[in-house]
Design a binder for this molecule. Structure first.
Ligand code: DQA
Length: 155
């Protein structure tokens, strides 16, 4: 695909996800965050996305990054906010401002772990949700976002 036809996809990781590779590999896999970002970038290209990565352990910084996306700095986004997913209404409200399609992805199967992980407070403000599929889940999210941007039915 011609470079000028590429769309920008932001890949946002939240709290503790910088520790991938050291967190329990049985739950989160063995890739480091840098390896995961590379994996998503490589697959993203096939879907016409230039992938840009961001990670922070500070909720306010994550919110500010979403504000930047809300100002039109992305064609699509994948977010894995880590534990914030389960209680951060601040992220919910910031995501409400983002007009580009957004996918919520979790490496682990949040539905089959502790009760408190079953709840996502951002579920109603994202377009695509994938969990429990490890790094492959991000690839599924890319495909779903590409379909949405192409005017297809999405997930
Ligand atoms: C996670 C699931 C969350 O419950 C957890 O707090 C994380 C990672 C995942 O990718 O499986 O930090 O978002």
């Amino acid at each position: 695909m011609a470079a000028d036809a590429m769309k920008t996809l932001w890949l946002l990781h939240g709290v503790n996800l910088d520790m991938l590779g050291r967190r329990d590999p049985a739950v989160y896999g063995s890739m480091t965050l840098a390896e995961l970002e590379d994996h998503v970038a490589r697959h993203g290209e096939a879907h016409g996305f230039t992938v840009r990565g961001f990670q922070t352990n500070h909720e306010g910084e994550f919110v500010e990054e979403l504000h930047r996306l809300a100002e039109g700095d992305a064609d699509a986004a994948i977010v894995n906010p880590g534990a914030w997913t389960h209680y951060s209404y601040a992220l919910h409200d910031a995501l409400e401002l983002v007009r580009a399609p957004v996918a919520e992805v979790h490496l682990s199967d949040v539905e089959r772990r502790e009760e408190w992980r079953r709840r996502s407070v951002i579920a109603d403000v994202v377009d695509v949700r994938v969990h429990g599929k490890g790094a492959q889940g991000y690839v599924e999210a890319l495909a779903a976002l590409a379909r949405i941007l192409a005017g297809g039915e999405g997930p």
